[in-house]
Design a binder for this molecule. Structure first.
Ligand SMILES: C[S@@+](CC[C@H](N)C(=O)[O-])C[C@H]1O[C@@H](n2cnc3c(N)ncnc32)[C@H](O)[C@@H]1O
Length: 234
């Protein structure tokens, strides 16, 4: 199964066990993505998006747009819940957002605030123990991310780039941040899909992620997989 298929399977499981209208929030929604936005739009009775980036204005899948960080949205939403204009969410997603967070615990606390008790947050993020995750961390530390991305993905960087800080994006870091933020359960699935990393490499090096994947599978080093698929329960 591919990463977005696993994400959708988790979403479907939650939908199947949910009774009544489903309120879904996409945190860091951006302009949305074909790979997951139509699916969540389909299972949601009300689909809300939050993002400090103005791309959210173009997100065609969500019913309600909030152009601000999750931390500000949590405060605004609390007031709307108190006045009866809104209600807390059953499900939130943060897809390829974690690696951009300087303070994951603060972010998760804000998401926890807008979820109902028993509500779920699903995240997908690169594993900080994979060479891609480690490389991103080193590049961010030396402020070289833009330079390297400019070389590898010149078309993308000008209109689609968010600073990577890659804090605590390891299974242990995720669980620690989730508990600090008030979630009661944290489940992290390690997923390895070479195709995810190929676009970051020149064509002639596209074989590398495939070899890497085979090697970690042979040596049973699952902890070095490329992606974390995260399910946090409040
Ligand atoms: C790599 S993009 C992913 C966008 C979309 N989820 C997707 O998968 O195509 C990361 C997004 O996270 C957003 N983001 C970063 N920090 C955030 C925060 N504190 N609250 C909400 N969104 C945030 C960025 O503005 C950006 O749109």
């Amino acid at each position: 199964m591919k990463q977005y298929e696993k994400l959708q399977a988790l979403g479907q499981e939650l939908k199947d066990s949910h009774q009544g209208p489903m309120h879904v929030l996409d945190v860091g929604a951006g302009h949305g993505a074909e790979e997951y936005s139509p699916f969540f739009a389909e299972i949601a009775d009300h689909y809300v998006g939050v993002d400090p980036d103005e791309d959210i204005i173009q997100n065609k899948w969500i019913d309600e747009r909030h152009h601000m960080p999750a931390e500000d949205f949590a405060k605004k939403h609390e007031a709307a819940v108190i006045s009866g204009e809104s209600q807390n969410f059953d499900l939130a997603t943060a897809i390829y957002v974690w690696e951009h967070l300087p303070n994951p615990t603060e972010f998760l606390s804000s998401v926890a605030e807008v979820l109902r008790p028993g509500g779920t947050l699903l995240c997908v993020t690169p594993n900080g123990l994979h060479p891609f995750g480690l490389g991103s961390k080193v590049l961010a530390k030396f402020d070289l991310t833009d330079k390297v991305l400019h070389k590898l993905r010149p078309d993308e960087i000008d209109h689609y780039h968010f600073p990577v800080v890659a804090t605590q994006n390891t299974p242990k870091g995720v669980k620690k941040a989730a508990m600090e933020a008030g979630f009661s359960k944290a489940e992290v699935t390690l997923h390895d899909e070479p195709e995810v990393f190929m676009p970051y490499l020149p064509q002639r090096l596209h074989f590398l992620p495939k070899i890497y994947s085979k090697v970690i599978s042979l040596l049973r080093l699952k902890s070095l997989s490329g992606t974390l698929i995260i399910k946090l329960t409040k």
